[in-house]
Design a protein around this ligand. Sequence first.
Ligand SMILES: *Cc1c(COP(=O)(O)O)cnc(C)c1O
Length: 470
Amino acid sequence: MSKMIHLCLAKMSETGMEQKYIQEAFDTQWVAPLGPNVNAFEKDLEQFVCEGKRVVALSNGTAAVHLALIACGVGPGDEVIVQSFTFCASSHPVTYLGATPVFVDSEPETWNIDPDLLEEAIKDRIAKTGKKPKAIVPVALYGMPYDLDRIMDIANRYEIPVIEDAAEGFGSRYKGQVLGTAGRYGVLSFNGNKMITTSGGGALICKDKTDWDKIMWLATQARESYPYYQHETIGYNYRMSNICAGIGRGQMTVLNAHIAHHHHVQALYEQLLADVPGITVHTQPDTLCHFEQASCHFEQPTCHVERSRDISEISPCASLSRDDKGNMVSRNDMGNSRDDKPIYDSNYWLTTITLDPSLKVKGQENAYKQIITSAVGGAAGVIHTASTAVTDCQPNDNVEAMRLALLAAGIESRPLWKPMHKQPVYRHSPAYVNGVSEGLFKVGMCLPTGPCVTDEQVAYIVNAIKDNIL
Ligand SMILES: *Cc1c(COP(=O)(O)O)cnc(C)c1O
């Protein structure tokens, strides 16, 4: 890999557990899309998310969204409500099924689906089409929890299943509950840039054995119970490979350390950017409340636990830890009553900042003068040449100038997700908007936060940002 400081590069455990589990797969000839690593990885995930949930490991997070939609009965002509401010993997599977995503804008606190607008959309869709949307897909953007209580309340009142897209929010919690465990289904992703990786992979959290059986069956070509191949339903080849699951098992040994590290980097950015005028670091809402942590016994599957350095010195709210009974507890100690904990407990997958439109950045007069020749994220070297240097909805000139300046300094940064309701491919989809996601898209950017990012690099990045402000 290059010298570039990336947003979130995968980092393997220092104990080499990933390779040990892969070696085991080779030694036992389990080189297949099933096997002992897949089963054990699922058990690890079930222990981590607790709440008595069952998990199916899949080839990627997009497949998890796809199967959850199928299991919710989504088909041609149906509508599914999707948070507009997201990566395309939340909504594309809706279109795979011949259904239509109905996009709902965000609220400014969490940047996630606005509950008021959600209810308005449900009512309006029922009035306009005579049918209820088949599912609701809230998304934990950049790891930030959505307003789970209100979303579940609305969904329950209208009896619409919720598919939690926690692909970016693995390990984030709402009132102590791991995201993905409150809705009918919860989506996780283990792509190379997520909280933990299996190189590529995903999982679907299911509420019970019945749902789990159905997802497992759909993920393995929906084979009927006969000695020969009998097919009565269309299925998919979406199960995770035993090799990838070996990586996943190793990564579970550093999941808590990764989450702690992301918190640490976020706290460092907050501290170092605190007095830079015109730049705001996005933080979780600081609302606290008293809640009982679910008694959850995640046996971290190794004796060696990596620890992020100096967390306590920098952040008053550092990491997931264990209480004297060995239970996992959320971050707390924010100076309030001992029992009060943050309602929104983000894993801070990526640190995001916003740039005031009046902030002057070096070179902003030249932003967007050139057609970019590679897709964002450099998807496997795919080049699908853009026809114009600009679109009718893009980040402000100062944001693009900052991105280019950081790139020249060897720092990868990215605009926020462009809202789906502003994507040309979704121009015919209904959208319920309030301007929040579009406004954020124009002023926001993501900074390197991953497990490989060091304190020195954060200081270097912050200095590069300051150096480019006029
Ligand atoms: C990454 C991601 C997914 C799933 O992605 P895969 O790359 O297919 O694992 C789904 N939703 C969101 C919001 C994501 O960021």
